[in-house]
Design a protein around this ligand. Structure first.
Ligand code: ADP
Ligand code: ZN
Length: 754
């Protein structure tokens, strides 16, 4: 940047006008050049935002680099420079350029996605201590401290008390003084005038986890396997070469301790750490573990932050005040420099993939960024993706294994209960007996069912009609407590129970089972038990999730019923029994990863049992007990599952053997969608033959959820063993397709939801 800056100064002083190349956040594949007016020249640098005339509009754009003005073109001038300092370094701009190329997404939109939304606040007024600088909201707080001077005799009363307090306490904020002394601004003003007290303004950060007390914790002596893994990681860190690893550790094997010690080593060597976790496991419990080890210099990024909070964290990171960033998928864009290690915990989680806009996968980008930074990348999981395990087998990733639980705790004894013939009650007699035993012993139990609500749907016993969402092609789910039937996709709701929409019958029959119904049954079976439910109905709002987890942690819950939410990463040492209802529930989704997902979630739930002193056991209720996705999960046998799943993938050329891309089309009119989808497929096929490609073109086919939020959806799936071939086809398609404005089209590279 320095060299460019000098060139910049020369052009300003001399012959030709300076020009910059910018990206605009619009669906356009090209970048644009603008002239830099002389008065703006000193403030312009790569990485700042500028305001530019664009067609008849004025838009915000991102400066990529200084450019040589294209010959004979009349360039428009920039209107304003919006940032005093670059938002990104050159290395970060390179990373974003890579993303734009790989995902075939406009660079300007990639940059916009990478910025915290709070940065776009353009308020010009100054409200209630919120000063506005360069269009950004910053909260300032006044802080007072005593100066070493003698207090004049005339100082008495409150003024004197405040001065004494400040002399004792160092710096104190005006807010705290107000709490202690009541309204005291006149006294403070007077103290400042007398030269007894100094006032300064500090920016305040809205720390979402402020107020949590942490007990300092030190590194634990490692188990043999942890030590072996860590030694390899430390050697890789010291080499300062890009070193990606799969850390394959069964549940309770102590992966987090390995992360923590790897990070400690990284920090000691002067480099920083980026930790990506699925949103759902980004709990105070996890953050606490990092705080307890590293105290300060940690930024936490998750979706419950307000725009302001998110922007605050972003700026702290940008200024180098942060050594560790922990966050959900978008934290991959954090402006952290000198990254030495990137951890992706629960790397198999589908939530690392963004499902709209820029459809990136943070797990994959961790490897890209890690390579650019010459960092260590740790992909940690008890149930790694088939593709990740395969990459380790091929030597593309180092393989680190933690095959035993800490403290030689056994994995829970797991039995499968065949419910094919007995589907009357959702809770089998064996499970009820086991729950009763556990209650008697005063031990905790978890019950997992991946469906919230009371019944799955309501059916009319007279005419057989069920209640469908008018916007999405799914049945509404009946929620008894809320007295509503609602759509789990678009939140469409109707009061329930209601009369049959087709024939007017009054009593609709409840079909299927949700967590709410299980909770209800448990309350009837075990009237004295303390029962809690955790699903998105009971955890809405900030901290709802943590509240329930805390109660379980303190032993105030005997039985916790929940969806996927209870499966992830929580460490409940008191849980000795896990029950799984409808283990086959997710096997038959129309997605080639359905078995892999079932295996993952079952393994995770099973892993919740017996993490403390007492051994655990698991009862799996399933209609298809012999299915390999269920049987191997019950046996804790990842390797056998992996081998069997690989055969299936190979046969159909699915990842890791073939690569996928999808073209996703949607419209409110079914007719225009269908013709657009067919036209797209025809364009693809003609490009394919023209370029002599072998890409499999599947579809167009209706998406498994054909109608969502009022839009019909079709997709075309592309499959090939060469990424380059897919890319050539897609680039040509993007250029040659012409879709009506009413049809939305998105390219999804490495799609995870089909
Ligand atoms: P994982 O993430 O692999 O499921 P955790 O990192 O949560 O496992 O570890 C499980 C439990 O074991 C935690 O309570 C953790 O504090 C504890 N633990 C981890 N490593 C050690 C160790 N070396 N010595 C003692 N306890 C450990
Ligand atoms: Zn709906």
């Amino acid at each position: 940047t320095e060299i460019k800056y000098t060139q910049q100064n020369q052009t300003v002083s001399g012959k030709q006008p300076a020009t910059v190349e910018v990206a605009v956040p619009l669906p356009l594949d090209t970048t644009f050049h603008y002239r830099v007016p002389e008065d703006l020249a000193p403030r312009i640098q790569p990485g700042v935002r500028v305001f530019v005339p664009f067609g008849r509009r004025k838009v915000t754009a991102y400066v990529l680099r200084f450019s040589t003005p294209p010959e004979g073109q009349q360039l428009k001038g920039l209107l304003d420079v919006l940032d005093p300092e670059p938002l990104w370094t050159e290395a970060e701009l390179t990373f974003f350029q890579w993303i734009a190329d790989y995902y075939l997404h406009p660079l300007g939109e990639v940059l916009k996605t990478a910025l915290p939304t709070g940065i776009n606040l353009q308020s010009r007024s100054s409200v209630d201590g919120e000063a506005v600088s360069g269009g950004k909201k910053v909260r300032h707080e006044r802080v007072f401290s005593a100066l070493p001077a003698d207090a004049p005799v005339k100082l008495r009363g409150k003024g004197l008390d405040i001065l004494a307090f400040l002399r004792q306490s160092g710096s104190v904020s005006s807010a705290e003084l107000k709490v202690r002394f009541g309204e005291c601004s006149p006294n403070l003003r007077r103290l400042v005038e007398l030269g007894l007290v100094r006032m300064s303004e500090h920016e305040v950060y809205r720390d979402p986890f402020a107020g949590l007390s942490v007990t300092k914790d030190s590194p634990k002596p490692l188990t043999l396997h942890q030590q072996q893994a860590l030694t390899t990681i430390l050697t890789a860190l010291d080499s300062r070469y890009f070193s990606p690893f799969l850390l394959h550790g069964i549940t309770g094997s102590g992966k987090t301790e390995v992360y923590l010690q790897g990070i400690a080593h990284t920090l000691a060597a002067g480099r920083n750490a980026l930790v990506l976790v699925p949103e759902i496991s980004l709990t105070p419990q996890l953050v606490q573990r990092f705080r307890a080890r590293f105290c300060d210099g940690i930024a936490v990024l998750h979706s419950a932050l307000s725009d302001g909070e998110r922007y605050d964290e972003w700026r702290r990171i940008r200024r180098g005040e942060v050594r560790i960033v922990i966050g959900a998928r978008s934290a991959i864009f954090a402006p952290l420099e000198r990254i030495g290690i990137i951890v992706v915990d629960e790397e198999h989680e589908a939530s690392f993939k963004q499902s709209d806009g820029l459809r990136y996968n943070a797990r994959d980008l961790a490897l890209v960024r890690g390579q650019q930074e010459q960092a260590v990348v740790l992909l940690g999981s008890a149930t790694p993706l088939i593709t990740t395990r395969f990459a380790a087998q091929q030597g593309k990733l180092g393989y680190l294994s933690l095959p035993e639980r800490v403290g030689n705790r056994p994995l829970p004894a797991t039995s499968i209960i065949n419910t094919r013939m007995t589907a009357e009650s959702p809770l089998s007699p064996q499970l009820i007996e086991a729950l009763a035993d556990n209650l008697e012993r005063g031990e905790q139990s978890l019950l997992f069912l991946n469906r919230r609500g009371f019944a799955s749907w309501l059916v009319c016993p007279a005419c057989g009609a069920d209640l469908q969402c008018p916007n999405c092609s799914v049945s509404l789910t009946y929620h008894r407590q809320r007295r509503k039937s609602l759509c789990h996709y678009c939140d469409y709701q109707v009061p329930a129970p209601c009369i049959c929409p087709s024939c007017g019958e009054l009593e609709l029959k409840e079909m299927g089972v949700g967590t709410e119904r299980i909770e209800h049954e448990l309350l009837e079976q075990f009237p004295g038990a303390r029962i809690a439910r955790m699903d998105s109905d009971t955890t809405s709002g900030k901290g709802g999730h943590a509240r329930i987890l805390d109660k379980v942690g303190r032993g105030e819950v005997d039985i916790l019923v929940g969806t996927q939410m209870i499966a992830k990463g929580h460490d409940f040492p008191g849980v000795t029994l896990v029950g799984v209802l409808q283990a086959e529930g997710s096997l038959y989704l129309p997605d080639f990863r359905a078995t892999e997902r079932t295996f993952q979630v079952l393994s995770q739930v099973i892993g919740r049992a017996g993490r403390g002193e007492l051994p655990g056991r698991v009862l799996l209720q399933a209609m298809t007990p012999d299915h390999y996705g269920i049987a191997y999960a019950a046996d804790h046998d990842f390797e056998r599952f992996y081998q069997e799943e690989l055969l299936f993938r190979q046969e159909l050329n699915y990842p890791p053997y073939g690569f996928l891309a999808a073209i996703k089309l949607s419209a409110t009119s079914e007719k225009s969608l269908t013709s657009a989808a067919e036209q797209s497929a025809a364009v693809l096929r003609s490009i394919k033959s023209r370029l002599g490609l072998r890409v499999e073109i599947l579809g167009p086919a209706p998406a498994p959820l054909y109608r969502l939020r009022g839009r019909f959806r079709q997709q075309i799936l592309l499959k090939d063993s060469s990424r380059a071939a897919l890319r050539r086809l897609l680039i040509a398609y993007r250029r040659e397709q012409s879709l009506p404005a009413t049809v939305r089209m998105a390219i999804d590279i490495d799609p995870v939801d089909l």
